[in-house]
Design a protein around this ligand. Structure first.
Ligand SMILES: O=C(O)[C@H](O)C(=O)CO
Ligand SMILES: [Mg+2]
Length: 255
């Protein structure tokens, strides 16, 4: 049976993180992930994870100043980027979370690439016990973001040369930017650390829109992918009222 992780940056985002973890558990999710948990006491987050038995799969580095979307590819912000990488690693270890998504930021060009690679090297060597993720984002939601494609991410991972550096393959972003998801998943599977899903183009529940997740999920199964898929969609209204796709076998998403 396919397993799903609730992205608590979007799902139950109105609740304090420990309560959002409990809500995800009550709804039947198999895991959780989040964006920026730093306002929440890690001990309380860990207690909710222990109580529910849900693993926390990932969290993000902080984005920087208002309007920024990460610091790791900004050539003149190296020390701040590393403070945020350290903060994320510390928090991940405190709650028993396995991955840190290092956010690149708005930047382009060779200097940005060199800065990103140097900061990824720092993250991967500082935390060999964790998976470090990089995620291509689409150019409507994040215009000017450094990382916008799966091949670009794969090339960076190859050049970085760290076994614990992997791609966060967000089907929503990559369908918008590239399409051809079946072949891209096949090609990049060995370096994919996490997969996220949402409808395209509205970033809603994964049961409508231009992507057929019944196909993607059965293909991932055939490829041997068994880790939970991250439900990173924006609920319209209360999250609990948006879970038909998760519980209704008739929709054939969950099989
Ligand atoms: O927006 C996304 O897809 C992310 O996964 C994220 O971590 C924040 O940008
Ligand atoms: Mg994502």
């Amino acid at each position: 049976m396919t397993r799903f992780s609730a992205n608590l940056g979007f799902l139950w985002a109105d609740l304090p993180l420990p309560d959002a973890i409990r809500a995800a558990h009550a709804a039947g999710f198999d895991a959780v992930e989040c964006h920026w948990p730093y306002d929440h006491d890690p001990a309380a987050v860990r207690a909710a994870l222990d109580e529910t038995g849900l693993p926390m799969l990932g969290l993000n580095t902080l984005r920087g100043q208002p309007g920024e979307n990460g610091l790791a590819a900004l050539p003149d912000r190296r020390s701040e980027a590393r403070v945020e990488i350290d903060r994320a690693i510390r928090y991940a270890r405190a709650i028993g979370c396995g991955s840190v998504h290092v956010m690149a930021g708005f930047a382009q060009g060779r200097e940005a690439e060199a800065a990103f690679l140097a900061n990824l090297d720092y993250a991967c060597t500082t935390a060999p016990d964790l998976t470090i993720l990089i995620e291509p984002l689409n150019h409507y939601d994040a215009p000017g973001y450094f990382l916008q494609g799966s091949d670009q991410a794969a090339e960076l991972i190859r050049r970085a040369g760290h076994g614990n550096l992997r791609m966060m393959f967000d089907c929503y972003h990559l369908q918008i930017m590239e399409g051809d998801l079946t072949r891209r998943l096949e090609r990049h599977l060995p370096i994919i650390g996490h997969i996220q899903i949402a409808s395209v183009p509205d970033r809603g529940t994964p049961d409508h829109g231009e992507l057929d997740y019944r196909h993607i999920i059965s293909h991932l199964k055939a490829l041997g992918w068994s880790r939970p898929l991250g439900a990173e969609y924006r609920p319209v209204g209360p999250t609990d009222a948006t879970l038909d796709w998760l519980v209704d076998e008739g929709l054939a998403i969950r099989y």
